[in-house]
Ligand binder design. Structure first.
Ligand code: DC
Length: 249
């Protein structure tokens, strides 16, 4: 492993999961709570996709979109509301990366290894500076497999579609829940079946079903889990004690 694969003392929290599961909201709130930067990795793939669409580049053309990923200037800056704003070649992309067309193209450009290599490097560099809460699909498997704080968010597909639909309607996009459901299921399939860094749950993650939970409840669970893991890591003997007090968990 390269030198950049060491985590030093930076706290890295990985949140992975499928589309519409509430990762961004939860990651934003958790980052605020832990006083860490939030890194929305999906926004990075979306920005590459936006650039491809703006330049009439086919998202399935691996060589062309990899060149875009290598050549664009991509920056994530904290916004005053606690979110992140993405800058493409020095200009804020705003809601332009949140359209269904960009969602679809992002899922397609993210299949290509050349694109992924660039994004992973940017993500690691940013997070190793000061720690971070990173949300995406491959954070706990590829970007920071070494972090002990990995969460996998799931939710029933219908719930995810209804959430995404609400966001789109709020942004003035007329669409039906059924269309959104079709779009996210297709995207989930592509994101889980691609050969490079597919979305994959394994036993190193803490899994949370967000279907019937509000974001603050999920954040509470995550904070509790992180504290417990930190204690276990600081004092492994104590955490093996079957009589230990679990009332905080
Ligand atoms: O999380 P999102 O919906 O903003 O992500 C958009 C697309 O980007 C998603 O369909 C797959 C891709 N993606 C990825 O491949 N790896 C990540 N870490 C984050 C997103």
């Amino acid at each position: 492993m390269s030198e950049s694969n060491t985590q030093n003392d930076a706290t890295i929290v990985a949140i992975d999961g499928p589309a519409g599961v509430g990762k961004s909201t939860v990651a934003q709130q958790l980052a605020k709570r832990l006083r860490l930067p939030m890194i929305d990795t999906g926004a990075m793939y979306r920005t590459v996709a936006l650039k491809a669409l703006l330049t009439d580049t086919d998202p399935d053309d691996g060589e062309a979109v990899s060149k875009i990923a290598e050549s664009i200037e991509l920056e994530l800056r904290a916004d005053p509301e606690g979110g992140v704003e993405v800058y493409l070649d020095g200009e804020a992309v705003g809601q332009r990366i949140r359209t269904p067309e960009v969602s679809e193209a992002a899922s397609r450009v993210s299949v290509h290894s050349g694109v992924r290599r660039c994004m992973v490097e940017l993500q690691r560099r940013a997070a190793l500076r000061s720690g971070g809460v990173l949300e995406g699909r491959d954070i706990g498997t590829v970007v920071f497999p070494e972090t002990p704080f990995k969460f996998f968010l799931t939710a029933r597909a219908q719930v995810r579609a209804e959430r995404r639909h609400r966001d789109l309607v709020a942004a003035g996009r007329g669409t039906s829940v059924d269309d959104v459901l079709k779009e996210i299921l297709q995207r989930d399939r592509r994101d889980s079946e691609r050969s490079d860094s597919p979305l994959r749950l394994d036993e190193s993650y803490f899994e949370i079903d967000s279907s019937d939970l509000k974001p603050p409840e999920i954040v509470e669970r995550m904070v509790g889990t992180i504290r417990r893991r930190q204690q276990e890591l600081a004092d492994p003997a104590e955490s093996d004690d079957p009589d230990r007090d679990l009332s905080e968990e």
